[in-house]
Each structure stands twice: as structure tokens, then as C-alpha cells.
Design a protein around this ligand. Sequence first.
Ligand code: GDP
Ligand code: IMO
Ligand code: MG
Length: 432
Amino acid sequence: MDITRFCDQHTSVVGLQWGDEGKGKIVDILSEGFDLAVRWNGGSNAGHSVQVGDQKYAFHLIPSAILRPQCISVLANGVVVDPSQLIREIDALEQRGIHVNDNLKISSQAHVVMPYHSLQDKLAEEKLGDKKIGTTARGIGPCYADKASRHFAVRMADIIDSDRLRDRLAHIVPEKNAIFAALFGSSPMDWQAIYEQYEPLGKRLKPLVCNTTALLHRAMAGAKKVLFEGANATLLDLDHGTFPFVTSSNCGTGVCVGAGVPPQSIGRVLGVVKAYSSRVGGGPFPTEQENAIGEKIRDRGREFGTTTGRPRRCGWLDLVAVRYAAAVTGATGLCIMLLDVLSTFDEIKICTRYTTPHGDTDEFPADACELSRVKPVYHTMRGWHDDLKQIRHLDALPPDARAYLGFIEEFVGVPVKMVSIGPGRDETLLIN
Ligand code: GDP
Ligand code: IMO
Ligand code: MG
């Protein structure tokens, strides 16, 4: 597969739905032609699965590009790093012969997910009961909240310095204890025990920690090519997603902030889109199919979360949502994923409008309350039953599958650049 035409500019890969679109697969393919790959948002809430031959990898924090020895993987300032999860991931990869320690850099400005963040995430969700967000319980929200509020934050620069870490924990943990006791009635945590557990983790990661902003600026000035790996996805974006059923980072729109690079440096934005829709956790999902159609999609697409194992909610493609996500991210090309999963239906539906209590609209209301009141209006297309696995050229796709792709491209107004018909690297069609 010749990917050179995708590697001539710094390129950002972002999800245009509710996550799990197949970003990991696209980053894995493209990283062969890039010098650096940068995760710039989120934390171990992400789950990016990559299949190489008969080997499967599941990445949570480490960029999927780590499988390419020539590519330096970076966790930039916008990521929230859970050090114990990261070390588990590094060790598991090293055991499989992937040299992570030589190829991974972590920003000293990245915030650290501490055990009280994961605990708070879990307790807060329990307390919300059926109003819960359905988070991954990885401490993402509480960690970003501490980053924004500033008083209780621990950054990588702190955790790799024993004295700084001791000072931070001696200040933070008693405050957290007071808050947790009042909110959840939970028993106090011992800051020294946390220090003893986390100080060695900081020491272990210290050789990988650096000023990644300077690293990226040097690389870009030196004509190196940088690939940006989005985690989570645009409809989960803190500002532009279906708030409050979102994650706590700007996962569609925050690449420049999260990596410390200027907007005009990014030449290409690839929006990754599943050929249908899926969502994990709570929140409105207009095209959800809680019926045999949804079950069929879930079975064929193996739609179970990479991070939590939860069954994903499944439904028809929502192009109102995708067009909105393409607009806010500035997508210049689309990668349509998991097309093979649809090779079973006589008819396929695509949502192109919503009816609302105030009339029809083709605008996406990001407000969760408003979105929960819309009803999808579908355009129906003929399906196909052919097995797509062996197909390697767009022209060889069944005409009805090509018509489906053509409809997406025209409606969204962004050209389709890649089509994926299976999890493997070679099960990918590149489009001129
Ligand atoms: P990400 O979070 O966006 O990286 O996506 P996930 O890895 O969570 O979920 C995508 C899943 O679909 C993974 O298990 C991939 O191996 C798989 N996958 C990716 N592309 C295709 C495809 O074209 N067809 C099929 N059947 N599976 C795919
Ligand atoms: P990738 O990178 C799918 C969802 C969670 C929950 C909400 C908030 O694999 O596409 P959080 O733990 O972030 O506070 O949870 O966001 N969520 C994802 N859903 N894929 C993801 O990442 C997700 N990251 C977060 O299920 O509904
Ligand atoms: Mg995923």
C-alpha cells in the first residue's frame, strides 16, 4: 500500500462520531510515513485497537504509531497520564518485542491521573445513579478538573521530582479527604502511602519526560513530518460535543492547545467515520437501533469497548452529526471505516435531517437536552451482501456500496480519502 501521498504534510487524525471509529488503525497505517506521532488529549479512557497480521494490540495511552520503529511517539501536554497504566502498557509492549523505552517521549507539562482521581470518578458516577455520564472510571474528568482549578494538580514535572511530589501530595490529599468525606462519606487516604507508591513510578518514567513542545518545534523546523492522533472523538468534545455526556478534553478541536503547535502547521485533517454509528456510555443518540438491526451491527462489528468491555450502542449513520463534526474539526478528508460490517442489509438508512418540536432541521444541536428530543429523518439506500474482504480497489466495490460512499461524500462536502473493509492493514482502500 503506497501511503506517500498522505505523508507530505503534518496530519491530524480525529474521530467524527462518539469514538471507536478506527482512529488507531488509520494512525497505525499512516505512521509508517511519519517521523513523530503525537497523542495530544485524553488519557487511558481511549482504547485504540490495531491488528497487524495475526497480532492484536490495544493502546490506551501510547500512540498506535509505537509499532513503527522509525517513528517517535509523543504524549504531549494535553494528555492526562496515569503512570501505573502507562507502565503496564509499556511493559506489555516491551514483552512483545516493541521497543517503547527508546521511542516514547512524555511532556513534563502533562497532568498526572492520581488514584484519588479514579476514585472520585467512580464515587461521583455512583452517586449520580441513573443520571450518570457512564464514564470509563479512569479518573479523566477529575484530573482535568484539577488541571483547570490549578490548586490540586500534579504534573509529570512534579512526579519525577521526589521533593516536589511529596510537597504536592502533602497539600492535596488532606484537602481531597475533606471533600470526599463531605461528598461521599469515604474514609481518608494516606498521602504518604500514595507517595510511596507513586514516587517509584515517577523515577521509572523520568528518562522519557522532556519538553515535548520544544521537541515538536525542532522537528517541524527540521522538516520532520508529524502525525497527530486524536483520542475520544468530536461528539464527546467538552465544548462541542453532547454536553454533559462528553469527556473532559477538547477531543475534536484541541490539537494545537494539546500539542503546542500553531494551527497553520497542520496541513491535513483526516476525519475518521464509521459506516454506521456507535456510542458507549450515556447520552442522546438519535439513530440508535435498540432492536435486531443494532444487535446485528454490534455482532458483525464486534462492538464491545476496548477499554471497558461494555457493549457499544449501535445505530445507523447520522450524517447530520458527521457533517457538524467535520465542520468543527476542519476535516479535509474522510476515512470511512468498517464498511464490511454493513454487508448484510437489504436496505441501509442514513440520517439526513431531524424533526424537532420546533420543526425540521439539518443542524446538529450539541445540547444533549435538545438532541434527546429530535427524531431522525432517514434517506434509504439499497444495501449489498457481497463479502468485501478481498477487495483492494474502490472500483471493485459493489455498486451499492460505492453509491453509499458517494452519498456520504456529497452530503458532508468532504472527499473520502480512505475506505476500510476489515481490521487488517491491507484491508484498506486508498482513494486518489
Ligand atoms: P478507535 O478508538 O477509534 O481507535 O477505534 P477502536 O479500536 O476502539 O474500535 C475500532 C475497532 O474496529 C477495532 O477493533 C478495529 O480493529 C476494528 N476495525 C477497524 N477498521 C475496521 C474495518 O474496516 N472493519 C472491521 N470489521 N473492523 C475494523
Ligand atoms: P476512543 O479514543 C468511546 C466516553 C465514555 C463516556 C464519556 C466520558 O477509543 O475513541 P470519560 O471516562 O472520558 O470521562 O467518559 O466518554 N468515551 C469514549 N467512548 N471511545 C472513546 O475513546 C471514549 N473516551 C471516552 O464511554 O460515555
Ligand atoms: Mg476506541
